[in-house]
Design a protein around this ligand. Structure first.
Ligand code: AMP
Length: 220
């Protein structure tokens, strides 16, 4: 693949639910042309298609719990086998076990991870964002009511499809996802700091402001 700019090529985005991982991944893709696999989006596609994997994972996602590492690592391995060695994983890894397995997989390929970006947002910002968040039932894009569209009755900005709240964006499920984040995912910040590849960015500003900082660390 042609490298237009010397930016980091293998990146993971960490952060609590609704910290803007999907939005920043999309902006990185648009600016630098790096693919942005989202395990959460793959799980939602599998669920919509009614596959055994989709059904097995839905038992966890619908309760706001993390899906077991074996399922997630299978999906990540399959994705890596089928793609170029440049990526921005959005929401993977989410446990130290997943991070160790990813490190092993990438070291085997001779293409180690170059940067982990932690998007930091407080619980109130997250709750407010989730209240306004809508997903397109057709193309999966995530938008915010009052920012990208007027309301849930508006058409998708990308494909014109119907928008609806994500099944796991209820207030109860969100609280469970925040507990999972604090217990299982937050330790990844120390893990990647220890590897010397962590960048922490305050993510409570608007998407473009946050992206200016993300782009700066990817170019550093
Ligand atoms: P997301 O779209 O990234 O918010 O993910 C939605 C849901 O999918 C999460 O709440 C988890 O239940 C599940 N999920 C996504 N990525 C992972 C992962 N790396 N490890 C475990 N569960 C995951």
């Amino acid at each position: 693949m042609a490298r237009i700019e010397p930016v980091k090529q293998r990146i993971v985005l960490l952060g609590p639910p609704a910290s803007g991982k999907g939005t920043q991944a999309e902006l990185i893709r648009a600016e630098f042309g790096i693919e942005t696999p989202s395990i959460g989006a793959i799980l939602r596609e599998q669920k919509a298609a009614g596959t055994p994997l989709g059904r097995a994972a839905a038992r966890f996602t619908e309760e706001g719990r993390l899906v077991p590492d074996e399922i997630i690592l299978d999906l990540a391995r399959t994705w890596l086998d089928a793609h170029d060695d440049a990526f921005v994983f959005d929401g993977f890894p989410r446990t130290v076990g997943q991070a160790e397995a990813l490190e092993h997989l990438l070291n085997e390929r001779g293409t180690p991870l170059e940067m982990a970006i932690s998007l930091e947002a407080d619980a109130e910002t997250i709750r407010e964002r989730v209240r306004r968040r809508l997903a397109c039932g057709t193309c999966g894009v995530i938008v915010s009511a009052g920012l990208h569209v007027e309301s849930a009755a508006s058409p998708c900005t990308r494909c014109g499809g119907a928008l609806a709240r994500r099944a796991d964006d209820t207030p109860e499920t969100l609280e469970q996802r925040l507990v999972e984040y604090r217990e299982k995912s937050e330790p990844l910040i120390a893990f990647y700091a220890g590897r010397g590849i962590l960048a922490s960015i305050a993510a409570d500003g608007g998407p473009e402001r946050v992206f200016a900082e993300v782009a700066a660390v990817l170019r550093s």
